[in-house]
Write a protein that binds this ligand. Structure first.
Ligand code: MRU
Length: 336
């Protein structure tokens, strides 16, 4: 991804491995500070996933793959590493997929550095292809809405929902992006807007509650990411996705999710079975460390909601745009 630092343009990934350490852009500090943190133990990687230094399903998966690499480098118990990394966050399927993938590669005698780097490169390439497939859905002049951050920060590079948007812009299409701010962690306002600004893509941040208003004024297309997709196409994504999908159907706005195959969990038949992470109430009652809610009021903070597949116009993957009804058929034999 392109990041402009002090007027200079740098190409960076959100997570990478170099000289024995896992490197991550600290997403808690963005957009105001671009800082790289280095980790040399899997415990540090697990903590970075828990505290959202790294976040977004595919990026969490890559971080966990590198966490397994550190466990192997440090000759630690891989079962303990598996348990700790898988215990960090419950919803994003890529986390579980990546840890299992690394265990299988290490058991097969593949060099862990090669296995983890290959995993990261494959995710980036899959996102690039999501961009190519999804770009065809975008017409010159389109106004596109997105939610949360499903950009390069959430996927190591390119993004899922943002990949078609980046690609359309690179191909010269005049587009405009509505970025819903995404309470309570504000990934839309802090991260998606940051990515779009760095690329020079025209956009505006909107309050989450303004989505219906702008859809009625004329949104041509909505693209969001996904944290886990069940076999029937129901999917979990950042809280606030479901209501956008229902409104989009009511107003006739095409609504897509975009995700690599590492986000599909075919062991889960329906969205109701996807585990939903509840996070601390302080994320809701406080903003950037300042208490806003009355002292004594409780808050509820589900990190994700589930959108039934009937609201989807399609799922943009590296293999093309899938009809949610055909997931099993389309994914037969297609794995990392
Ligand atoms: O809680 P987060 O920031 O890890 O949330 C995950 C997400 O980034 C979004 O839900 C996103 O839309 C899907 S992951 C590309």
């Amino acid at each position: 991804m392109k990041i402009v630092i002090g007027g200079a343009v740098r190409e960076m990934r959100a997570v990478w491995y170099e000289e024995g350490a896992v490197h991550m852009l600290d997403q808690k500090l963005l957009p105001h500070k671009v800082q790289v943190v280095k980790m040399t133990t899997y415990h540090q990687v697990a903590e970075a996933i828990r505290d959202m230094t790294v976040r977004g399903a595919p990026a969490i998966g890559v971080a966990a793959a590198y966490g397994m690499l550190l466990a192997a480098n440090n000759r630690e118990d891989l079962e303990a590493a598996t348990e700790e990394l898988k215990g960090t966050r419950p919803t994003a399927f890529d986390l579980f997929f990546a840890v299992d993938h690394m265990n299988a590669k290490i058991a097969a005698g593949i060099d862990p550095i090669r296995a983890a780097d290959d995993y990261a490169d494959t995710i980036v390439e899959r996102c690039r292809r999501i961009g190519e497939h999804g770009e065809h859905l975008i017409k010159d002049g389109d106004r596109i809405m997105t939610h949360c951050n499903a950009g390069a920060l959430a996927t190591v590079d390119w993004g899922t929902a943002l990949a078609p948007i980046r690609e359309a812009w690179r191909r010269g299409k005049e587009i405009f992006v509505y970025v819903s701010e995404t309470r309570p962690r504000l990934q839309g306002m802090k991260l998606t807007a940051f990515e779009l600004l760095n690329e020079g893509i025209p956009h505006a941040i909107i309050p989450d509650g303004a989505s219906g208003h702008f859809m009625r004024e004329g949104v041509d297309l909505i693209i969001v990411g996904a944290d886990r997709i069940a076999a029937n196409g129901d999917f979990a994504n950042k809280i606030g996705t479901y209501e956008k999908a229902v409104l989009a159907k009511e107003l006739g706005v095409p609504f897509y999710t975009a995700a690599p195959l590492s986000t599909f969990d075919l062991s889960i038949e329906r969205g109701e079975d996807i585990p939903i992470e509840y996070r601390g109430e302080e994320e809701v009652t406080m903003i950037d460390g300042v208490r806003i809610a009355p002292i004594g009021s409780k808050a509820l903070n589900p990190g994700f909601d589930v959108t039934p597949s009937k609201y989807l116009s399609g799922i943009i993957t590296e293999n093309g745009v899938l009809d949610p009804k055909d997931i099993r058929e389309n994914l037969k034999g297609a794995r990392l």
